[in-house]
Design a protein around this ligand. Structure first.
Ligand code: PHB
Length: 373
C-alpha cells in the first residue's frame, strides 16, 4: 500500500485505487456514459470509437455510451446497439483495445421507451411506454428534429419480453468482452418511465404503488445479474431530474424503496445523477440524495457538474466512492492526468457533440500533444 492510500490528502482522493468487485481500479475517476451518435448503419459502433475509448483508458472505469438493447429500444439516429453479432464484434474490438491499454469498460444497457419516433422503430411502429402519454420534446431522426409522439402502452403480457431484451443484451455485452454492465434507469428512458408517476399511470402490477412501479427495474436487474453476477453490474438513476419530461409526485420514498430492493442483488455500484441531468445540482424541492448512499450497500458513484475541487471534497467527506465525469472527458482524453497535474481543462465544442466523424471526437489533444505543438 502506498502512503497515499493509507493517508490520503485532499489532493489524492481521486487517485486512490479502489476495488470494483473483481476489478482493481487505479483511480476513482469514471468516464460517464456519453451519447456521441457516431454509429454506422445497422447501429454498429464506428471504427473510430476504438481510438476514442482507448484515448480515455486511463479512467478508473469507462462506462460506454448508452446502447440500445433492441431495435425497439432505439431513440436516436446513429446510437449503437448490442442486439446482433455485427455489433458484438465491433464492441469486442473496442473492449480489447481498452483492455490492451490497461483500462476497464462497462456497457450501459438502454431502452428509450417513449423517447423515440416511428421512423426509427421497427416497422414504423409507435414507441412503447408504460402509458400512452406524449412527452414534450423533440426526436432527432434522419430529417432532423421532429416532435415526439404519443407512445403505445405496453400490454402486461409484453413485460416478460422487455426483461428478455435486457437479458439477451447482457449476454451480448459479455460476449463483447465488457467488464460489466450498467442498467440505465435514469434520464426519463423506459425504466425511469416505469418508476415515476407522471409517466406511469398503469393499473396492472407494473403501475400504481411504489412497489409496482419499481417492479420492472427489479425484474430487469434480476435478469442482468443472472448473466453477470451482482459484482459486475451497476445501476444509474436520476431521481431529481426532469430530463425527458419526467417527474414524480414523491421521489424520496420511491427511490429509497428502489435502492433498498436493489440491495438484494448485491450490485457493485449505484450511479446517481445529482440534480438536473447536465444542469443544476440544486433542484428546488429536491431531497438529500445522501439518503440513497446510506441505504445502498455497494459503492456510490456521484455524477453531475463535478470539477476537481468538488470531487476531492466529496470523496474526502465520504459522500461518494467514485466520481463520474461526463463533458470534461469529451474534450480531455487525458482527463486523469490533467486533474492530477491541476492543468487547465480544454472546453468542448458543442457543434461536434453528436454525429459526424473524428472531428470533435478523437482529435482533442492530450496535454502532451498540445504542448508539443
Ligand atoms: C442523449 O442522447 O442526449 C442522451 C442519452 C442518454 C442519456 C441522456 C441523454 O442518459
Amino acid at each position: 500500500m502506498t502512503t497515499e492510500s493509507s493517508n490520503p490528502t485532499i489532493d489524492s482522493y481521486l487517485f486512490e485505487p479502489v476495488k470494483l468487485g473483481p476489478l482493481s481500479l487505479p483511480n476513482r475517476i469514471v468516464m460517464a456514459p456519453l451519447t456521441r451518435s457516431r454509429a454506422k448503419d445497422g447501429d454498429v459502433p464506428s471504427e473510430i470509437a476504438i481510438e476514442y475509448y482507448t484515448q480515455r483508458a486511463t479512467a478508473g472505469l469507462i462506462i460506454a455510451e448508452a446502447t440500445q438493447i433492441s431495435p425497439q429500444g432505439k431513440g436516436y439516429v446513429f446510437t449503437p446497439g448490442i442486439y446482433n453479432n455485427a455489433q458484438v464484434q465491433a464492441w469486442k474490438r473496442i473492449t480489447d483495445a481498452v483492455h490492451a491499454k490497461g483500462g476497464h469498460i462497462f456497457l450501459q444497457l438502454w431502452h428509450v421507451g417513449r423517447i423515440s419516433h416511428p421512423t426509427i422503430q421497427p416497422d414504423n411502429a409507435l414507441p412503447v411506454a408504460p402509458s400512452a402519454i406524449k412527452p414534450e420534446g423533440q426526436a432527432y431522426i434522419d430529417d432532423g428534429f421532429v416532435p415526439l409522439v404519443t407512445p403505445r402502452a405496453l400490454e402486461t403480457s409484453e413485460m416478460a419480453g422487455i426483461v428478455e431484451q435486457y437479458r439477451t443484451a447482457a449476454q451480448h455485452a459479455k460476449a463483447a468482452g465488457f467488464d460489466g454492465v450498467e442498467i440505465h434507469a435514469a434520464n426519463g428512458y423506459l425504466l425511469d418511465q416505469f418508476l415515476r408517476d407522471k409517466t406511469n399511470q398503469r393499473t396492472d402490477q407494473y403501475g400504481g404503488s411504489i412497489e409496482n412501479r419499481v417492479r420492472l427495474l427489479l425484474e430487469v436487474t434480476e435478469a442482468v445479474v443472472g448473466v453477470w453476477g451482482g459484482d459486475r453490474v451497476g445501476a444509474r438513476i436520476s431521481p431529481l431530474s426532469g430530463f425527458g419530461d419526467i417527474a414524480d409526485s414523491n421521489p424520496e420514498p420511491l427511490f429509497t424503496y428502489a435502492v433498498k430492493q436493489l440491495n438484494a442483488f448485491k450490485l457493485i455500484y449505484l450511479h446517481v445523477i445529482e440534480g438536473e441531468t447536465g444542469g443544476t445540482r440544486d433542484v428546488p424541492g429536491g431531497f438529500d440524495l445522501q439518503v440513497l448512499r446510506r441505504e445502498f450497500d455497494g459503492l456510490f458513484m456521484a455524477n453531475n457538474g463535478y470539477d476537481k475541487d468538488l470531487a476531492q471534497k466529496t470523496l474526502a467527506a465520504k459522500r461518494a466512492d467514485l466520481i463520474a465525469f461526463g463533458r470534461p472527458f469529451i474534450a480531455n482524453p487525458d482527463l486523469v492526468a490533467r486533474l492530477k497535474k491541476g492543468a487547465t481543462l480544454a472546453e468542448l465544442d458543442g457543434a461536434t457533440l453528436y454525429g459526424g466523424d473524428a472531428k470533435g471526437y478523437t482529435d482533442y489533444p492530450s496535454l502532451e500533444e498540445e504542448t508539443a505543438r
